[in-house]
Design a protein around this ligand. Structure first.
Ligand code: SAH
Length: 224
């Protein structure tokens, strides 16, 4: 639905219908976990998309955000969150804060969420939203996430929302035994695969979930 800014605010019926359609499109793309759907119902994606594209926030598409990055497609956020199998007592690391939308959803499901981005500006803007939404269990940090967060490790769950050529070694090392990591793997311009890694007592099990397309994991801090 596209509305010009001068339009009247949506009525409560229109808001309810928009939410219903949003949840329906998630379900039809395979997001069926009830806890994930409830979390996604609670977090208003419209708050995480600013400017020109704000009125498309409820459509199932990735959208541009600041620093030349993107907020992921809602169904991909749902499928990744579902694959992560987050428990209420878990400590989760997200690499790639971006808009903060994925972290806000994880915060509904986990005890504690650490999220890192290489752009200070994105971390600052997302932190403002977490404060506004009273999401006190999220800590956002500007850092190169390929190295994880050694001071807060180990983690029960790790989610990487930028594509790496291989699952980064430091992140594997910071996963608890029994822990799960979800990471898009592949060259930036070609098709990437979403991989689920489970740390077992003996090593790591890898499962390929589906093709995806993410911005690349880039070394070092960004300019902004
Ligand atoms: N999860 C985000 C979308 C992430 S887009 C959301 O819900 O909106 C991918 C993000 O990964 C970008 O913001 C980019 O700056 C960040 N990124 C890329 N390489 C990184 C690195 N090495 N360390 C931390 N963040 C990185």
């Amino acid at each position: 639905m596209t509305r010009a800014p001068e339009d009247q605010p949506l009525t409560s019926d229109e808001l309810a219908e928009r939410k219903m359609r949003f949840l329906f499109s998630l379900r039809s793309r395979g997001v069926t976990d009830a806890r994930v759907l409830t979390a996604m119902e609670k977090v208003d994606r419209g708050l995480f998309v600013r400017g020109t594209f704000a009125d498309r926030a409820y459509e199932d598409m990735p959208l541009p955000i600041a620093c030349g990055q993107t907020i992921s497609q809602p169904s991909v956020v749902g499928l990744m969150t579902q694959a992560l199998q987050v428990n209420p007592r878990d400590t989760v690391l997200e690499v790639g804060t971006g808009s903060g939308y994925q972290a806000a959803i994880l915060a509904q499901l986990a005890r504690r969420v650490y999220t890192v981005d290489r752009y200070r500006r994105l971390v600052r803007e997302a932190s403002g939203l977490f404060l506004q939404l009273d999401l006190a269990n999220i800590t956002a940090i500007a850092a190169d996430g390929s190295f994880g967060l050694p001071d807060q490790a180990p983690f029960d769950r790790i989610i990487v929302t930028a594509a790496a050529e291989d699952p980064p070694g430091p992140l594997l090392a910071q996963l608890k035994p029994g822990g799960i990591m979800v990471v898009p793997v592949g060259q930036s311009d070609t098709v990437q695969s979403l991989i689920k890694v489970v740390r077992t007592e003996r090593g790591f099990d890898y499962e390929e979930l589906r093709p995806v397309r993410f911005v690349p994991l880039v070394e070092g801090l960004g300019a902004e």
